[in-house]
Design a protein around this ligand. Structure first.
Ligand code: OGA
Ligand code: NI
Length: 354
């Protein structure tokens, strides 16, 4: 029998949720039932004032609109930590190719997908994330997680060869996402009033990881969680919806707000690294995924990091201008070590405070 270890990098194999969904049960198995939580409200009423901000990237580069859009971005980062971008420069073709490949992958028979299954001690591959104890409640989510950039981080043995175009498409897609991360980070830095070029340079050779999520239909969506509430540990995260089903929710004050899919848009959310670099001016928002009864939802999530030689700490300029640093400055190796060896009862981000 597999034994849970302290490290979250470990995992225990659990059933495929897609395979469970095929059985057309009328109740979810007990390990998924979150009766420990308050009712999970799947249809938060859409309050118009609670819409995730939409940023138009062409306005950011247009002298006529730059100032106003930058202000909007700065407020979005301060008040939400999440926003959607349009006119991001990635072609519809690149986005739709990627969606198509991910859809085709999850449509494969289970036995075929298992060729790229996770292996003990590794997060990468097809399976379920962060299952470390026989007792823990499970999420209504199957996924495949792959490190895509830089090249030397790839473990191709986890990269599907079926569908045929998968590898090539993912490769191109992550290059595109890295470019988007560089331009967003440039504007985020401008909004903070710190050295924008230096700051975004860190992302030019940055690390990217892609997590492709499948949330199958669920007989009792109000009793399960697609993805537990969490904040990402990335610099920024870029999320692409494969369809028009909502499911991503972000915590705004005390409300879980639906992030409604916008055609052609990419959802950007700030991760802990950005929170630290901004010295806490921006926060990495808590978010989660809920599921539904009628339609499977797929999302493609790219975690972007500065390159591995960059230390994680508050931007110098913010400190020089008189505020005291809220977070320690540590190497990325130390940062990831603290994450994977953290004690679950202590908040990760608080453990990095001075
Ligand atoms: C994630 C994530 C949300 C979603 O993978 O970190 O937050 O809607 N995903 O898939
Ligand atoms: Ni996330």
């Amino acid at each position: 029998m597999a034994v849970a270890t302290e490290s979250l990098e470990w995992f225990l194999p659990v059933p495929s949720v897609q395979e469970l969904a095929i059985q057309r049960l009328d109740k979810v198995p007990l390990r998924y039932a979150r009766d420990d939580l308050d009712q999970i409200v799947t249809n938060t009423p859409s309050i118009p004032s609670l819409r995730v901000p939409l940023i138009d990237m062409t306005k950011l580069v247009n002298p006529e609109f730059h100032e106003k859009e930058l202000q909007k971005l700065h407020s979005a980062c301060q008040e939400w930590g999440v926003f959607q971008i349009i006119n991001h420069g990635v072609s519809d073709e690149s986005l739709s190719n990627m969606k198509q490949q991910v859809q085709e992958f999850f449509d494969l028979p289970f036995q075929e997908k298992k060729r790229w299954a996770q292996k003990p001690g590794s997060l990468e591959g097809y399976g379920q994330a962060f299952v470390t104890s026989e007792k823990q409640k499970l999420e209504w989510n199957d996924m495949i997680f792959l490190k895509t950039l830089p090249l030397q981080n790839r473990s191709l043995n986890f990269w599907p060869e079926n569908p045929q175009e998968f590898r090539k498409t993912l490769e191109t897609y992550s290059e595109h996402m890295r470019k988007v991360s560089v331009s967003i980070v440039r504007f985020i830095a401008m909004g903070l009033g710190i050295e924008a070029e230096q700051f975004c340079d860190n992302y030019k050779e940055g690390m990217c990881e892609v997590r492709m999520n499948c949330y199958p239909t669920c007989p009792e969506p109000e009793r399960v969680v697609g993805l537990n509430p969490h904040a990402d540990i990335s610099g920024i995260t870029l999320l692409l919806e494969c369809g028009d089903m909502s499911g991503l929710q972000v915590l705004k004050g005390e409300h879980w707000v639906n992030v409604e899919p916008v055609n052609g848009a990419i959802v950007v959310n700030l991760g802990h690294i950005m929170e630290i670099m901004s010295n806490g001016i921006y926060k990495a928002p808590d978010h989660r995924a809920v599921v539904n009864k009628s339609k499977q939802r797929l999302s493609i999530v790219t975690f972007c990091y500065p390159d591995s030689s960059v230390d994680i700490g508050p931007a110098e300029k913010l400190i020089k201008s008189g505020s005291s640093p809220v977070y320690k400055t540590i190497t990325q190796a130390e940062y990831f070590q603290s994450f994977f060896n953290r004690k679950l009862e202590v908040s990760f981000i608080n453990s990095l405070k001075i």
